[in-house]
Write a protein that binds this ligand. Structure first.
Ligand code: SF4
Ligand code: SF4
Length: 66
């Protein structure tokens, strides 16, 4: 899956680059602290995986049910 390539976080006003992407999978960012808007709602990764959340960078990864 090319999930990181489709992540739209780099164009998000909240994004800060510390070498991380796809927070819905990887969890909280080490350097993003402020929520200034979230682009996840329109992200192809979010849509393909039917994720419903926002602000994965500050609130943590998607919790998947097993
Ligand atoms: S849903 Fe959000 S965190 Fe996950 S890949 Fe898309 S933009 Fe990045
Ligand atoms: S998880 Fe949402 S708020 Fe955080 S950088 Fe990605 S699009 Fe922006």
């Amino acid at each position: 899956m090319e999930k990181k390539g489709k992540c739209v976080c780099p164009v998000c006003p909240s994004y800060a680059d510390c070498g991380q992407l796809a927070f819905c999978f990887t969890g909280k960012s080490k350097c993003i602290k402020k929520e200034n808007g979230c682009m996840c709602g329109g992200c192809p990764v979010q849509i393909e995986n039917e994720f419903k959340g926002l602000y994965y960078c500050t609130r943590g990864a998607v919790k998947t049910k097993k």
